[in-house]
Design a protein around this ligand. Structure first.
Ligand code: BGC
Length: 315
C-alpha cells in the first residue's frame, strides 16, 4: 500500500509518496497558498494517483506536518500560515473527497519521529531541534511524540531564554529562543550589532544567516559574536531540557544545520559548560534526513498505524 508524507512549510509544501516498506517512491513540492492549501494539495495528489493509475483503496493514509501547534488533528495556532483552530484532518479529507486516514502533527515533532525511526536506534528518547526561519522542536519520549495537553509539547523555539534584547517573537511574546537562535534570529542580532561591532557583512543587500555563518568562519568580529550568541542561547535551552527529559541524543536539523561541524562544535562547547556532569555524554548529532525528515516521519508513523490495524483490526 502507499503512504503520503506531506510537510507544509511557509513557502512550499513537500510531498513524498512512499511504499509501506519505508521506501520513498517519488517526491515533489508545490507552493504554499494558505487560503487554498487543502484543495491544492489534494488536487495535486489526486492528479498524481491518476497518472500512476493508483486508486484511493491502495493508499493507507496521509501524514501532514504543520509549522505550528497541533493537538489531536487540529492546528491550534499556526502564525506562519495565519491559521487558528483549523481542523486539518477534516478539511483535508473533505478536499480529497473521501473519508481518508489523515494524521496531523507539528512539523518538528514529525521530523523528530522521522529521524528517530530512520536511525532505527536503540534510543528511547530524542530531542530534535530544527533551525530555520523559526526554531522547531520535537521530543520523542519512550518512542512516542510528546504533543502535550494543548499541543505545546516540544515547542522549544518558545522557551524563554533571552533577557537582553526583548525581540518580539511571531507568537507575540518576547525573549523566545527563536528570536535569537533561528536563521531570522541571527539576522536580527546582526542588525542589532551593526553599528557596534566591525564587520565585512553587507547590510545593504538582503542578509542571510548563511552570510553570517560564513563570515563567522572567517572570524569576522560581528558575525562571530552573533553566531556565538545564537549557539549559546540554543545550548542553554538544551542544558535546561537535559534536566527535564534527559534524552539519549539531541539532533540538530533545519537549514542552519548545513553549517555542519562548525555549528555542532560551538553548540557542544557551550552545552558542556552549562549542563550537569551526567548530561555531558548526551550525544549531539546533525540530522541525517535533512529536509526530508518530516515526510519520512509521517511515513514511519503511518507504517506503525498500519501494523496496529493488521494486528488488532483497529486504528
Ligand atoms: C513554530 C513551531 C514550528 C517551528 C518550525 C515555530 O515558529 O512555533 O510550531 O515547529 O516554527 O517551523
Amino acid at each position: 500500500m502507499y503512504i503520503f508524507g506531506i510537510d507544509i512549510g511557509g513557502t512550499s509544501v513537500k510531498i513524498g509518496m512512499f511504499e509501506d516498506t519505508f521506501d520513498l517512491l517519488d517526491q515533489w513540492e508545490i507552493p504554499t497558498h494558505p487560503e487554498n492549501l487543502f484543495e491544492e494539495v489534494a488536487d495535486d495528489i489526486k492528479a498524481h494517483l491518476k497518472k500512476k493509475e493508483i486508486s484511493f483503496a491502495q493508499v493507507f493514509g496521509y501524514g501532514i506536518g504543520i509549522p505550528g501547534m497541533v493537538k489531536s488533528g487540529i492546528a491550534i495556532s499556526c502564525v506562519n500560515l495565519g491559521w487558528q483552530n483549523v481542523d486539518v484532518k477534516k478539511e483535508f479529507s473533505k478536499a480529497l473527497g473521501y473519508d481518508a486516514r489523515v494524521y496531523v502533527f507539528n512539523d518538528a515533532n514529525i521530523a523528530a519521529f522521522g529521524e528517530a525511526s530512520y536511525l532505527n536506534s536503540k534510543w528511547d528518547s530524542v530531542i530534535f531541534i530544527t533551525l530555520g526561519t523559526g526554531v522547531g522542536g520535537g521530543i520523542i519520549f519512550h518512542h512516542e511524540i510528546v504533543e502535550g495537553a494543548n499541543g505545546l509539547g516540544g515547542e522549544i523555539g518558545h522557551i524563554c531564554i533571552d533577557d537582553t534584547y526583548h525581540f518580539t517573537c511571531g507568537c507575540g511574546k518576547t525573549g523566545c529562543l527563536e528570536t535569537v537562535a533561528s536563521a531570522t534570529g541571527m539576522i536580527r542580532l546582526a542588525q542589532h550589532y551593526k553599528d557596534k561591532l566591525s564587520s565585512r557583512l553587507n547590510f545593504n543587500s538582503k542578509l542571510a544567516a548563511k552570510d553570517i555563518i560564513d563570515a563567522a568562519k572567517e572570524e569576522d568580529p560581528l558575525a562571530s559574536h552573533v553566531f556565538d550568541e545564537a549557539c549559546q542561547a540554543l545550548a542553554k535551552a538544551m542544558a535546561n531540557l537535559s534536566v527535564i527529559i534527559n534524552p539519549d541524543a539531541f539532533i540538530i536539523g533545519g537549514g542552519v544545520s548545513n553549517a555542519g561541524v562548525f555549528l555542532l562544535e560551538r553548540i557542544q562547547k557551550h552545552y558542556l559548560n552549562l549542563c550537569l556532569e551526567q548530561a555531558k555524554h548526551t550525544k549531539i548529532n546533525l540530522a541525517v534526513l535533512k529536509n526530508n525528515a518530516g515526510i519520512y516521519g509521517a511515513c514511519a508513523y503511518l507504517i506503525n498505524k498500519k501494523h496496529e490495524v493488521e494486528n488488532n483490526g483497529k486504528c
